[in-house]
Design a protein around this ligand. Structure first.
Ligand SMILES: NC(=O)c1ccc[n+]([C@@H]2O[C@H](COP(=O)([O-])OP(=O)(O)OC[C@H]3O[C@@H](n4cnc5c(N)ncnc54)[C@H](O)[C@@H]3O)[C@@H](O)[C@H]2O)c1
Length: 248
């Protein structure tokens, strides 16, 4: 992994879902590049394992809970330069005819509502300061109907809409909001199918259209670039990091 040692010197950046996969790669890369990382994850044992260097802060808890969100933002001590909304779960590939309310509610709560609430809290800190970068993680499932179940697909499409609206409403304030849409990535995400029909339908398309799996570091490279000042002219962008899958 190539890194840029001082790209985030003096910057405070929140990373959700920092205990595993893409979030962990983002948190560790940011720390290596000088950031004070506020890392949060629902799994404390995974969070404790993440290398944050000096000054990093860990907040274990469910990001859908108000108390956890408040603890995360309190740990920023009034200074926030970046937010990476990475925490997310899959939905067992349940299609519309099979989805249950519990799955829908949980997937939307983590993958969409928590993203909105973290983004709102970040913008409220960043706008008065006139600076800040927010990066959401959508998915190929945010770009097409054939890469997940209905809950995951709806949430990831909505994250793209949320990002565009937030970029529009913060235009000219110094705050930027962008979204990365990964294709398949090797991580710890629970992709256990709960619908044979839904899973097979997605797999048929994926096997035909999707390139191979990426590493979490490949996605972290895109996310950290958007968080960095190098992307100062970029807001409202949907950056696919998917080996070209979205070009089909
Ligand atoms: N792995 C892929 O193929 C892939 C593809 C496209 C998009 N994504 C997206 O990338 C993001 C990261 O996924 P990953 O593949 O690295 O998965 P992962 O499971 O390896 O990491 C996700 C982390 O989020 C945490 N998390 C889950 N629910 C949480 C909650 N309520 N509160 C706090 N933390 C919570 C988990 O504990 C986990 O450590 C997700 O938004 C996912 O939808 C993943």
């Amino acid at each position: 992994m190539q890194s840029f040692p001082s790209r985030f010197d003096g910057k405070t950046v929140i990373v959700t879902g920092a205990g595993s996969g893409i979030g962990r790669a983002v948190a560790e890369r940011l720390a290596t590049e000088g950031a004070r990382v506020v890392a949060t994850d629902i799994a404390p044992e995974r969070l404790n394992d993440v290398s944050l260097g000096d000054g990093g802060v860990r907040v274990a808890g469910d990001i859908t809970q108000t108390s956890v969100l408040e603890a995360v933002f309190a740990a920023c001590e009034g200074k926030l330069d970046g937010l990476a909304n990475v925490a997310g779960i899959m939905d067992g590939f349940l299609p519309i005819a099979e989805v249950d309310d519990e799955t829908w509610d949980r997937v939307l709560a983590i993958n969409l509502t928590a993203v909105m609430r973290c983004t709102r809290a970040a913008v409220r800190l960043m706008e008065p300061a006139g600076v800040g970068a927010i990066v959401q993680v959508a998915s190929e499932a945010g770009l097409r109907g054939s890469a997940g179940g209905v809950s995951y697909t709806a949430a990831k499409h909505a994250v793209i809409g949320l990002t565009r609206s937030a970029a529009f409403s913060t235009k000219g304030t110094g705050v930027r909001v962008n979204v990365v849409a990964p294709g398949g990535v090797i991580t710890g995400i629970d992709a256990t199918p709960r619908s044979e029909k839904g899973f097979q339908a997605v797999m048929n398309i994926m096997m035909a259209a999707a390139p191979g799996l990426a590493d979490a570091d490949d996605i972290a490279a895109a996310i950290t670039w958007l968080l960095s000042d190098e992307a100062k002219n970029v807001s409202g962008a949907v950056l696919a990091s998917d080996g070209g899958w979205s070009s089909i």
